[in-house]
Design a protein around this ligand. Structure first.
Ligand SMILES: Cc1cc2nc3c(=O)[nH]c(=O)nc-3n(C[C@H](O)[C@H](O)[C@H](O)COP(=O)(O)OP(=O)(O)OC[C@H]3O[C@@H](n4cnc5c(N)ncnc54)[C@H](O)[C@@H]3O)c2cc1C
Length: 490
């Protein structure tokens, strides 16, 4: 039997790679972790979730300060934002979390951590910093980077991606965001709130293309009301560097070309898998522009080499990367043939209002040819939403033809947190009647979860049949006033 240096070698120290490394070492596997940057943590910590949510919070506070009057408070004159202070706060939050993801922590767990640019030399070996490392199993967890499309002129025009946006020296006066997906929308709204004039350009006829249009349109309307300018159904024809500013030429749906100008261009059009430099040809691992191809056990076509996280091209979220890392542990260490199941993988876009989703939305159900019904509850009918001044939004619950819940979307404040109850309900196969009957604290926005389940049962409970039965058995007298007598308040 070949004697390899390591039981498992992990390439990439982000969410997926760190999950595998922590699990494998603690289970007694001799583990190598290779990271090309100088610190562990990956995109989520350094250029993704953590800095973006920290920035969004700063922008939210500033927005609230500017809108104090809406809460019955004195109007306040707010000075302009010094972006260096915002960037400093971002750095300080990262540095706290960095300790969790430090080389020292993983070394203490028992992993050998190496920094550098590895390249496969055969299906069990990599070359790194002039040395060869062999492992019985490998895990490729190198993540993704902003895809920079071949738009004429873009390569010659200064532009930024998620790698640069959190460390800008000053707040840009204006920004054109290429792409109205989650990253473009979150960053577009946040920078607009901080004082940048933001324009978002997208090919599609709605923002947040994976979401139902009715939900995405509410987010767009809010952003537009705050001053974000949208050019949807617009193809980007060319980008030019005009010296003091940048130009983006777009072609609108009516065929007209429009020239947009701004100080900064943010490219947020999509993500490309990080496979460059790994020399995957040498280990025979198949990949395409979407990423490395894997089966449901996260195995590549080389069964001893796994891929997990963004590089595998599936759901590109930190929690998906962590989940897939767990699947790798089950298969590579426990040798259990555990497979991925994304049926109830939740996600959230942290715009304001935020938009969380689990299971199927209407678009997905239609595409899958599933018969469904939607039950809705508006945020404006929730007492806490009114108190908070957060009435834009709603919850949608989709039931299939057997009245089984297949998905839920929540649009409103803290949508990601509100989804947690549905994570338990859907994964735990909890009955809707249990949710509808469970006492929720008042006044909370979370009551909409109970209310939407309740709306499903109300027509059944308060039906004529039930009323007639009760009348028959208990001689109930019925209405105390006629509908005509009722005084309406509106
Ligand atoms: C702006 C932004 C906001 C986001 N917000 C959220 C959010 O709110 N919630 C959420 O769930 N997800 C969010 N994401 C997505 C999330 O960041 C990714 O899904 C997650 O980081 C994927 O984890 P990963 O382990 O696959 O990759 P990463 O975390 O990127 O880790 C990959 C690691 O591999 C290293 N690497 C790359 N190439 C090599 C190589 N050749 N050799 C060695 N090491 C290499 C990288 O340096 C990196 O450390 C956001 C992303 C962005 C860009």
């Amino acid at each position: 039997m070949t004697d390899y240096d390591f039981d498992i070698g992990v390439i990439g120290g982000g969410a997926a790679g760190l999950t595998v490394t922590a699990g494998a070492t603690q289970l007694g596997a001799k583990t190598l972790l290779v990271e090309k940057e100088t610190e562990l943590g990956g995109d989520c910590l350094h250029f993704g979730c953590v800095p973006s949510k920290t920035l969004i919070k700063s922008a939210h506070v500033y927005h609230m300060m500017k809108n104090a009057e809406a809460f019955g408070l004195p109007q306040v004159e707010v000075p302009p934002v010094d972006f260096r202070q915002v960037a400093a706060r971002i750095r300080s939050v990262i540095s706290v979390i960095q300790k969790h993801d430090s080389e020292e922590r993983f070394c203490k767990l028992g992993a050998k951590v190496e920094f550098g640019n590895p390249a496969f030399t055969d299906e069990h070996s990599i070359q790194l910093n002039g040395r060869t490392y062999t492992a019985k199993n490998w895990v490729i967890a190198t993540g993704s980077a902003a895809m920079v499309p071949p738009i004429p002129g873009l390569d010659k025009t200064p532009h930024i991606t998620n790698r640069e946006i959190f460390s800008l020296e000053r707040l840009p006066d204006s920004m054109i965001v290429l792409g109205g997906g989650p990253i473009g929308s979150e960053m577009g709204q946040a920078f607009n709130r901080l004082g940048t004039r933001v324009t978002i350009v997208d090919m599609a006829d709605q923002i947040l293309g994976k979401e139902d249009r009715d939900m995405a349109d509410i987010v767009k309307a809010r952003m537009a009301s705050e001053g974000v300018v949208f050019h949807l159904q617009s193809a980007i024809e060319a980008v030019n560097d005009l010296g003091s500013e940048r130009e983006v030429i777009i072609k609108k749906a009516d065929g007209n070309s429009v020239s947009l100008k701004s100080e900064v261009i943010l490219v947020a059009i999509g993500r490309a898998a990080n496979v460059g430099g790994l020399e995957l040809e040498n280990c025979g691992v198949d990949y395409d522009p979407r990423g490395i191809k894997v089966d449901r056990r996260m195995r590549t076509n080389q069964k001893h080499i796994y891929a997990a996280g963004d590089v595998a091209g599936g759901y590109q979220f930190t929690h998906a990367a962590g989940y897939e890392g767990g699947i790798v542990i089950s298969n590579a260490i426990f040798r259990l043939p555990r497979k991925t199941d994304y049926t109830f993988l939740p996600w959230c876009t942290y715009t304001d209002p935020s938009l969380g989703s689990i299971g199927m939305n209407e678009t997905m159900a239609k595409n899958a040819g599933i018969d469904y019904k939607v039950w809705e509850e508006a945020l404006k009918d929730n007492d806490r939403s009114l108190a908070e001044g957060e009435t834009d939004g709603k919850i949608k619950m989709l039931l299939d033809d057997k009245e089984k819940p297949i998905g839920v979307q929540i649009l409103g404040p803290h949508a990601g947190d509100l989804l947690a109850e549905w994570v338990a309900v859907l994964n735990g196969k909890v009955k809707l009647s249990t949710l509808a009957a469970a006492v929720h604290p008042y006044p909370t926005i979370g009551e909409i979860n109970k209310r939407v389940a309740g709306t499903f049962f109300s027509p059944k409970i308060f039906s004529d049949k039930v009323k007639k039965t009760l009348k028959f058995f208990f001689q109930l007298k019925g209405r105390a006033c006629s509908p005509e007598e009722c005084v309406t308040s509106d």
